[in-house]
Ligand binder design. Structure first.
Ligand code: ADP
Length: 491
């Protein structure tokens, strides 16, 4: 059930939310409970202080406790929800609020703390300061602990105890019910947590959908691609990881489509390239069979030339296939590029001379050794130089030059030939690509030479590029890593 990404995202956010909300609710419940208890305690203190203050004021006004205090007691009992008992400074019960029961016993022993075993001091008259007490209520034999009359609270006027008050909750009086209040608070918290949880889960669902929707469209496209529909592309406006994934998918689909197209082209190109010489050979052989042509030595030489062409095509194809599969044997070793260039130029000098083309070498001083296979480097060079000879008109010039940077040695073959049209440049290293197929047919090219050269250079860890403009010649440059360097600079 929770295999889909959407349900997992939903589950994760739901669990996180549940934990967060539960923690908040529990903490809130604990803290409100504490605050509430504190509030109730401080409320009790405040109530007693109010009663004591009112009674003190009353005493100060009248100077005596008499029945004029009764309405005040009744009134305060109603407003506070507490019975009020008034005692004289000596602890004698005086007045109590309406309907209050019997006077609770005043702790007479506590009335007066005795210094050194003296008998408790009795008989303090109203308005009189208890004996042996200074105005602060301390004995002159201080230090001595203050007497504790709790729960009887002294009423002080001008630093003199004029009476004591005691309170007792009136049963069934409307009072703050802590338990009920906390329970209702908890219910409110529960409702708030449930609503917050529901809203959050709803939002998580929507968010999870927005994350998984692009993935779903990617999955659909990938399935169609797997069934062979290589035109599949996804259109995802999203950025970030999913956007990158979509981009990578589109690139992969484009590359698959392109490779498939190349494969089809290759099959038809190979068929085409083989058909032409074979048709020629068959035509001549049939004509000889029919007695229309005599097997003269020139004719046989021409037929031989055609079979050599087929042979070369098959060899090139095999070499290209091996190079593309990375199975071509390459023996990397330190190579003196100067020597390899001189050898290649020497081998093709005769061809150049036949066309009255000047073949020059221009090499930088102190060229470092490169990491390469000298045989393959020679093959690439011969291919580039023979192309240059092939396409450069008589009286032209070809220059083979070489120079080095920190990372690589560059070898360039520049000719004064017709150049390559701008629109053809991106395809020049593709197999079977020829700028002018009819012209190349005459020169014996299959459009495989540069494809093979590129594969060989790449197998040696190098790069190859071309610069050309129509009518202004071409420069083919390849770079090889110098010894003990890993990657060459891009050409
Ligand atoms: P080919 O065997 O046909 O020469 P290549 O792969 O060597 O095949 O070259 C591919 C095509 O690039 C050629 O058919 C030609 O049109 C073009 N080309 C290659 N080298 C040159 C050059 N030096 N000058 C002009 N065009 C060139």
């Amino acid at each position: 059930m929770f295999n889909s990404l959407q349900s997992r995202l939903l589950l994760i956010s739901a669990v996180v939310l549940a934990v967060a909300i539960a923690t908040i609710a529990i903490l809130a419940s604990i803290y409100t409970g504490e605050t509430f208890r504190g509030f109730v305690a401080s409320d009790a203190q405040a109530r007693t202080a109010r009663i004591v203050l009112a009674l003190g004021n009353h005493y100060q006004t009248h100077g005596i406790w008499d029945n004029r205090v009764q309405p005040l007691l009744d009134n305060m009992a109603i407003t506070t929800g507490y019975y009020i008992f008034l005692y004289s400074p000596t602890g004698q019960p005086l007045y109590k609020s309406d309907e209050a029961g019997d006077f609770p016993q005043f702790p007479m022993n506590n009335m007066m703390p005795q210094p050194q075993g003296q008998a408790p001091n009795q008989g303090i008259n109203p308005g009189q300061r208890p004996r042996n007490l200074n105005p602060q209520g301390n004995s002159p034999f201080a230090p001595r602990p203050r007497p504790n009359f709790e729960p009887f609270v002294p009423i002080n006027t001008n630093n003199t105890i004029v009476g004591f008050v005691h309170t007792m909750p009136i049963p069934n009086a409307p009072a703050i019910n802590q338990a009920a209040l906390q329970e209702s608070n908890n219910i409110n918290l529960l409702i708030a947590a449930t609503v917050a949880g529901a809203v959050a889960v709803g939002l998580s669902y929507i968010l999870a959908r927005t994350v998984t929707a692009p993935l779903a469209s990617l999955t659909r496209a990938a399935k169609k691609l797997a069934k062979g529909d290589l035109s599949q592309r996804v259109h995802i406006a999203e950025r970030g990881e999913i956007g990158e994934l979509a981009e990578a998918f589109n690139m992969m689909a484009a590359s698959l489509e392109r490779n498939e197209q190349l494969r089809r082209n290759m099959v038809s190109d190979v068929a085409h390239e083989l058909r032409t010489p074979l048709t020629n050979i068959r035509g001549y052989l049939e004509a000889m069979q029919d007695g229309l042509l005599e097997p003269k030595p020139e004719l046989l030489a021409s037929l031989y030339e055609e079979t050599m062409l087929v042979n070369r095509l098959i060899n090139d194809l095999q070499q290209l296939a091996l190079a593309e599969a990375g199975q071509l044997h390459i023996e990397i070793a330190p190579v003196d590029i100067r020597h390899t260039i001189e050898q290649a130029v020497q081998a093709l000098n005769a061809d150049a001379r036949k066309k009255a083309i000047r073949l020059e070498i221009s090499l930088a001083q102190d060229l470092p050794l490169v990491k390469a296979d000298s045989e393959r480097v020679g093959q690439v060079l011969r291919n580039l130089i023979s192309n240059a000879i092939k396409y450069t008109p008589p009286q032209g010039t070809i220059q083979v030059s070489s120079y080095a940077t920190n990372h690589a040695v560059y070898i360039a073959v520049q000719d004064s030939g017709p150049g390559i049209p701008q629109e053809a440049l991106p395809y020049i290293f593709e197999r079977f690509y020829r700028v002018d197929s009819s012209r190349n047919r005459k020169t014996g090219g299959h459009g495989l030479g540069l494809a093979i050269a590129k594969q060989l250079v790449q197998l040696m860890g190098g790069t190859i590029a071309v610069e050309s403009a129509e009518g202004r010649g071409s420069i083919f440059t390849f770079a090889l890593p110098i010894l003990q360097m890993e990657t060459p600079e891009k050409v």
